[in-house]
Design a protein around this ligand. Structure first.
Ligand code: CA
Length: 228
């Protein structure tokens, strides 16, 4: 999950970024509304956390602009006070939910999970299944044939990315964009390293391999034996 935080108070931005990264999110930060618009132009975010009070361009205007540009990713608005006017304005501008500051990180995480669940429209089921491999997007538990597999936060994120689009070939860039932020993104072999770890944990010892390398293109998750 790639996420953008738009927040001019650097202390809060850094605190939230760290908390989300610990949960396996890839996080970029923008400190102004204009910066946020630039980021969204170049990166396909899964979710955006947008502060209402920003210098120059405020959160409401940013939100409205993003929706006008056709952005469909969920937007969570942060408001400084519990004012009904602010909340209504945010929702009217195209935000999907809001959170009043100060907030507990735990609540932010829960709201983000709820928003991504809704966005994915997985008919209220948090479990993604692929052959005998299952992934619980709520608890981040992964099982193969019922057996629990221990993954690091980033390994989980790479696997989730593949499992959300089974049978599709995902390029290294697409995977990296969803899992890492801009700073780590340019280490070109980082995806390969994580895929190697995932193979060891998920496919080693099983007759049917699920992770497939498509030469020159990327990776595909599939239960079918494939050599091309
Ligand atoms: Ca602010």
């Amino acid at each position: 999950m790639r996420l953008l935080i738009v927040e001019d108070e650097r202390k809060i931005a850094v605190y939230v970024k760290r908390g989300l990264e610990e949960q396996g999110y890839a996080v970029d930060t923008a400190f102004t509304g204009r910066e946020a618009l630039d980021w969204v132009e170049t990166v396909a975010y899964d979710i955006i956390v947008l502060d209402l009070l920003l210098p120059e361009l405020d959160g409401i205007s940013v939100c409205r602009e993003l929706r006008m540009r056709g952005l469909r990713a969920p937007i969570l608005m942060l408001t400084a006070r519990d004012s009904i006017d602010d909340r209504v304005a945010g929702l009217d501008a195209g935000a999907d939910d809001y959170l009043v500051k100060p907030f507990a990180l735990r609540e932010l995480l829960a709201r983000l999970r709820a928003l991504t669940r809704r966005a994915a429209d997985v008919s209220r089921s948090a479990i993604i299944q692929m052959a005998d491999l299952s992934l619980d997007t709520l608890t981040h538990r992964v099982r193969r044939a019922g057996r629990l597999i221990e993954l690091t936060a980033k390994e989980y994120a790479v696997l989730e990315c593949l499992m959300r689009e089974p049978e599709r070939v995902l390029s290294r860039t697409v995977i990296a964009e969803h899992v890492w932020n801009y700073d780590t993104f340019n280490q070109s072999n980082i995806v390969d390293v994580y895929i190697r770890n995932l193979r060891r944990k998920i496919d080693d010892g099983w007759e049917i391999k699920l992770i497939h390398t498509i030469r020159g293109a990327g990776y595909r998750l599939s239960a079918e034996d494939q050599t091309c």
